[in-house]
Design a protein around this ligand. Structure first.
Ligand SMILES: NC(=O)c1ccc[n+]([C@@H]2O[C@H](COP(=O)([O-])OP(=O)(O)OC[C@H]3O[C@@H](n4cnc5c(N)ncnc54)[C@H](OP(=O)(O)O)[C@@H]3O)[C@@H](O)[C@H]2O)c1
Length: 254
């Protein structure tokens, strides 16, 4: 059944806003929660700015349900943070921040959603925006990959524990797309030789909103990312040898 009320965490993010717009077109009530106040955005029926570090997620879900008069059918979780650079150049404070945002924040929100739906004896779908980095190692993205992979495994467990009660926990793995995300990332070391290209926010938002509307999970988003995931299954290390090894400067001989 099509959801009637979707809560977007990270409603100030490029992807959160684009998905909200697409859901609103389908007459879905979208409530937004953001870290920094979001300027009024017609796609959000209700919007709250909260301090993620101290937020009472369960209380917020109950508040949004009362404010809208509608049960929460789905939650989209979008926040993420990356610091880019060789693993040995990443300061511990940055590494911890990546785990804090990409894993701990997500797991706190997912737990609250599970608790909310369980206490209301209600079904629900939790969707997280992770990354292809959740599925494989990428040079200069070590802690980001580790945090997104931890989030993926956590959601898989939560899903297995809840799915028979109709409460589902899924995640999306897009590759690079053109949002402010990468330009906002902290950079360390000599700077990566990044490959160009990537998808548009609109393309990724379309895939995500279709999955939310149809309640049909899609894990990997993008033809290139699907090709990488397939190659990793059929020919382990091929993508590493053909593409990723070229991004890493070989050690200089003394
Ligand atoms: N763009 C890409 O190439 C790409 C590729 C794969 C996956 N992703 C994932 O897509 C998601 C959305 O990113 P986006 O591309 O839409 O970029 P974005 O517009 O920069 O959004 C990033 C989101 O993360 C929040 N955030 C950033 N740093 C944070 C921190 N230290 N603590 C708490 N929240 C923080 C931001 O909150 P504020 O709005 O308050 O700053 C915002 O909601 C992220 O989870 C990212 O990992 C992005």
């Amino acid at each position: 059944m099509k959801p009637k009320h979707v809560v977007v965490i990270g409603s100030g993010s490029a992807i959160g806003q684009a998905v909200a717009e697409k859901l609103a077109v389908h007459q879905i009530t979208v409530s937004g929660i953001s870290r920094t106040p979001v300027q009024s955005h017609s796609s959000f029926a209700h919007a709250h700015a909260v301090d993620y570090a101290t937020a009472d997620w369960l209380g917020l879900f109950q508040q949004l349900q009362s404010a809208s008069g509608l049960p929460i059918d789905a939650v989209l979780h979008a926040p993420g943070y990356a610091a880019i650079g060789p693993a040995l150049t990443i300061p511990e404070s940055e590494a911890r921040q990546m785990l804090e945002v990409n894993f701990w924040l997500l797991s706190n929100v997912a737990r609250a959603a599970a608790t909310h739906w369980s206490s209301q004896k209600q079904a629900g779908h939790f969707w997280a925006v992770l990354s292809i980095a959740a599925l494989r190692g990428i040079p200069e993205e070590s802690y980001y990959c580790a945090a997104k992979a931890a989030a993926a495994r956590f959601l898989e467990c939560l899903d297995l524990e809840n799915r028979q009660a109709g409460r589902h926990f899924n995640y999306f793995c897009p590759g690079k797309f053109a949002s402010p995300f990468r330009s906002k990332s902290a950079r360390f070391g000599q700077g990566a030789s990044e490959d160009s290209g990537g998808s548009t926010v609109d393309f990724v938002a379309r895939k995500i909103s279709s999955a939310i509307l149809s309640q049909k999970p899609v894990k990997v988003i993008g033809w290139r990312e699907n090709a990488i995931a397939l190659a990793d299954r059929l020919f382990p290390h091929l993508y590493d040898r053909l593409v990723l090894d070229r991004r890493v400067k070989p050690p200089t001989q003394s």
